[in-house]
Design a protein around this ligand. Structure first.
Ligand code: NDP
Ligand code: HEM
Length: 503
């Protein structure tokens, strides 16, 4: 037989491990083979070099090198939980979607996030918060991938990457740069409504539990008879809106960058389950053409006096993830996941997002991301897509449609009602104006009729603090003052005073 000239010492025994091993499962490698050791590599003699044949330790090191997927290009830092949606009102006149029928209960996943920061960044940064919902319905996944604001910075998806580049880091020194942020915003008047929200104390929520969520876009609902409506979602926090002042947010940033992750986790662990009341605004299909503002423009809300909010139910979060990576990091939300009874609208931002998210997941998580447990629908999956990297579904024949082999057959009638008529020349242009469309009236209404005196003072202070960063130039400060003066002269004057800009 084969003999080695080197004597390999036996692996030392540890009393504690021996005792434990009677009570806990034994370690294996990923192929299920019993592990030779939890602590020692295989070496030639106790002091000798390690052996290539130690595939167990090689697997450990190699797998470790592959523990990360790329972080989300936006909304990298976040946290999430599972829960349930319950519908308490009858809205069958507006939508036939099964999850919205009275009495329906649907399991859900939510993920909250900041937008611009990286994975380890602080939860209390001034930023919109992502508010992404995945409902596991009996008709497939329905995702509402919203924010804690009802509006957005831009209204054309071609600007999204430019906008995000201005919010993230410079190419040369890898620093965030407020001059670059204001450079983009002040040349993009459409941003003024969302930047107004951002600069109030709602830009620094106390926790994820203490903020509202919004679907933000306008979606279509259609009922079983094919009658169509436009709809906006409002998720109102039952914990009450609570915010941090800029100073409080900075303090928490230093003391506990994971404060919001911790807050949600702890509340749920303690059985203090947070909930949100689900409201909708519903616009009859025909109103859209003549409505005073373009109802598909993501920089606008629908004023409540025109379309009041109607409560339809509530959702509650009651379970923390067991494994953060597989249930939150590998979750892929996609605005294109719409169930029968709900359809796209002509909102250009929504149209852009229909492409962007599934594309991001194929790159970030892999083309079979929908097979992962957290993304897997709780409805049957009978598609003709199969194979690919990391496939673990054993789909069998037939592999094509149409077929005469008894394979799945589409049911187009389930989408009856989703279409609508469009016509026009092919152009590159902003939306055609409705009679009251402009970029400043709605943020002006926020300033004039919604904010209290204290909230206005805080807003001016937050803007001045942000635009006082050392990299913001004198010329840029003048543009910042102009930007806010467009919304309201008092707001512009407050900012001018704070920045020391002469009128
Ligand atoms: P309303 O007075 O009917 O509604 C004002 C809305 O603002 C309420 O939803 C209120 O609900 C919310 N709000 C209150 N305080 C603040 C704050 N500090 N920051 C942000 N939102 C706040 O008026 P309109 O519907 O005519 O809207 C007026 C303006 O209010 C809009 O131009 C928009 O800027 C803002 N707004 C409107 C919303 C809408 O969907 N119509 C939604 C949110 C804001 P709550 O306190 O529960 O958030
Ligand atoms: C995440 C693109 C606008 C909310 C993302 C991601 C991309 C993206 C690529 C990362 C996805 C991933 O890797 O999992 C875009 C584009 C937009 C846009 C191209 C405009 C055209 C918006 C708007 C909202 C929004 C308007 C809210 C109303 C979110 C949220 C996430 C996200 C909440 C994180 C989802 C999660 O928790 O996994 N976006 N986005 N985005 N976006 Fe957008």
């Amino acid at each position: 037989g084969f003999r080695t000239s080197v004597r390999v010492r036996p692996i030392p025994k540890f009393e504690r491990c021996e005792q434990l091993s009677e009570r806990v499962p034994y370690t294996t490698d990923d192929a299920g083979l019993p592990a030779p050791s939890d602590r020692f590599s295989e070496s030639v003699g106790a002091n000798g070099p390690l052996l290539m044949q130690d595939h167990y330790v090689i697997q450990k090191m190699a797998h470790f090198n592959r523990e990360r997927v790329p972080e989300r290009v936006v909304h990298a830092k976040g946290g999430g939980a599972f829960g349930e949606l319950e519908i308490t009102e009858d809205v069958s006149a507006y939508t036939k979607a099964s999850l919205f029928q009275k009495g329906a209960k649907t399991p859900l996943l939510i993920r909250f996030s900041t937008v611009a920061g990286e994975l380890g960044s602080a939860d209390t940064a001034r930023d919109p918060r992502g508010f992404a919902l995945k409902f596991y319905t009996d008709e497939g996944n329905y995702d509402i991938v919203g924010n804690n604001t009802p509006i957005f910075f831009i209204r054309d998806p071609s600007q999204f990457s430019d906008f995000i580049h201005s919010q993230k880091r410079r190419a040369d020194n890898q620093l965030r740069d407020h001059n670059m942020q204001w450079d983009f915003w002040t040349q993009t008047p459409a941003s003024s409504h969302q930047v107004s929200f951002l600069m109030t104390d709602r830009g620094t929520p106390k926790s994820w539990r203490h903020m509202h969520g919004f679907g933000s876009h306008t979606f279509m609902w259609y009922n079983a008879d094919g009658a169509k409506f436009w709809v906006k979602y409002h998720f109102k926090t039952d914990q009450g809106v609570q915010n941090l002042s800029a100073d409080e947010a900075k303090g928490i940033e230093a003391a506990d960058p994971d404060a919001h992750r911790r807050d949600l986790w702890t509340a749920i662990e303690n059985g203090d389950f947070p909930s949100w009341t689900v409201n909708v605004q519903i616009m009859p299909f025909e109103d859209a053409a003549e409505y005073r503002v373009n109802p598909f423009d993501l920089t606008k809300v629908w004023p409540h006096e025109d379309y009041p909010e109607i409560t339809i139910g509530k959702f509650t979060l009651n379970r923390n993830p067991r494994n953060y990576f597989s249930e939150i990091e590998q979750a892929g939300f996609e605005p294109s996941n719409l169930v029968p009874g709900i359809a796209m609208s002509p909102d250009k931002m929504l149209q852009g997002r229909l492409f962007s998210y599934p594309d991001a997941h194929r790159y970030r998580i892999g083309p079979n991301y929908l097979q992962l447990p957290v993304n897997q629908p709780k409805a049957p999956v009978n598609s003709y897509n199969f194979d690919g990297p990391m496939n673990f579904e054993a789909k069998s024949d037939p592999v094509y449609a149409p077929n005469t082999a008894g394979g799945p057959v589409a049911q187009p009638e389930r989408y009856d009602g989703a279409g609508y008529h469009v016509s026009g020349d092919i152009v590159r242009s902003d939306y055609a104006l409705h009679k009251e469309d402009d970029d400043f009236s709605q943020p002006r209404a926020l300033w004039e009729k919604v904010l209290t005196e204290d909230e206005r003072t805080a807003m001016v202070g937050n803007i001045v603090g942000h635009a006082s960063a050392p990299e913001v130039t004198g010329d840029m400060k003048k543009r910042v003052v102009e930007y806010w003066t467009n919304i309201h002269p008092d707001l512009g004057a407050g900012v001018a005073k704070g920045l020391g800009v002469q009128g």
